[in-house]
Design a protein around this ligand. Structure first.
Ligand code: ADE
Ligand code: ZN
Length: 323
């Protein structure tokens, strides 16, 4: 059988050393592992079969997805569960040529179910250390605050994380964006920075360009997760380019959550032409139909990105990382 050009391009993409900077560890929970953990923990799984789980992964918007994503996390109960989740992700990332990861985790979605911070952090970090030892993947860990909850609850989460600050390197902001602007979390981000934590935030996924400005000016973030809506604001594009603030793009996520009408409208090329640094990641790969190499290929197909451009994106991901 003759090899197709996309196979060659995949090999090329996989060969590029790259960092995955926008990845929710809970979003790597494949249905097979979800069912296995439900059995191990003797609980009813959110879906009875892999096929029914996959059939439910049909989302009209971010909130549709988040409902299902939080429901699925119910199977994560023990440190061993978080370790297995992390290790399973790292093996897939390694196969795609990832050499450095900075996963997010959402402690509030577990603490509210009675899971201890120690089980969450110890499990993830044990998985990350195994990945470093066996696969050579370096890492930093980012704790996200859920923006649909209050800032007071984010402060409680920060306090609960204080014993673990040797293995948590930054804070992020995720969950339902509409009507939950970055400004709501300015004080808790200032407190986190005061503890030596670095900062990133989701902004401009479903929210407006104004939320990207707020993330930059009020949360003092170093990178923006998604940031797609920056294309609506020329002054913002200029600022991102001048300050070399990267946008961590996730094309398959944006397609599946209908953030863009379809991938032909994907703005990666506009960012490149405006000099805005971009990286490519997979966001929640178990739900959106692909890991990091698939996301590179989706952006390449949508925007006609050349091999040199793909290599530059991979190089920028390492530059933008906290290695
Ligand atoms: N949590 C997990 N995935 C997310 C996304 N794409 N946007 C906001 N919060 C998230
Ligand atoms: Zn995300």
């Amino acid at each position: 059988m003759t090899e197709q050009p996309t196979d060659h391009l995949r090999e090329f993409v996989v060969s590029l050393p790259k960092a995955e900077l926008h990845l929710h560890i809970e979003g790597t929970l494949e249905p097979e592992l979800m069912l296995a953990l439900a059995e191990r923990n003797r609980i009813d799984p959110p879906f009875p079969t892999v096929a029914l789980a996959k059939a439910a992964y049909d989302f009209g918007n971010l909130d549709d997805f988040l409902r299902l994503y939080y429901a699925a996390t119910d199977v994560l109960r023990t440190a061993a569960d978080f370790e297995d989740l992390t290790w399973a992700y790292l093996r897939r990332a390694h196969a795609d040529g990832v050499v450095h990861v900075e996963p997010f985790f959402d402690p509030q979605s577990h603490l509210c179910r009675g899971v201890e911070m120690s089980a969450i952090v110890d499990g993830i970090v044990t998985g990350l250390r195994r990945g470093e030892a066996e696969l050579g993947i370096s890492w930093r860990l980012i704790m996200c605050f859920l923006r649909h909850l209050s800032e007071a609850e984010a402060f409680e989460t920060l306090t609960a994380a204080e014993p673990y600050l040797d293995v948590i390197h930054g804070v992020g902001l995720d969950s339902s964006e509409a009507n939950n602007p970055p400004s709501k979390f300015a004080a808790v981000f200032a407190a986190a920075r005061g503890l030596g934590l670095r900062a990133v935030a989701h902004a401009g996924e479903e929210g407006p360009a104004e939320y990207i400005w707020e993330a930059l000016d009020l949360l003092l973030v170093e990178r923006i997760d998604h940031g797609i809506r920056a294309i609506d604001d020329r002054a913002l594009m200029k600022q991102l380019a001048e300050r070399r603030i990267p946008l961590n793009l996730c094309p398959l996520s944006n397609q599946r959550l209908q953030v863009v009408p379809d991938l032909t409208a994907y703005p990666a090329r506009q960012f490149i032409e405006a000099g805005v640094p971009i990286t490519i990641s997979s966001d929640d790969p178990a739900y959106f139909g692909g890991y990091i190499a698939d996301n590179y290929l989706a952006a390449a197909a949508a925007n006609g990105l050349s091999r040199d451009e793909l290599a530059a994106i991979a190089a920028d991901s390492l530059t933008a990382s906290w290695r």
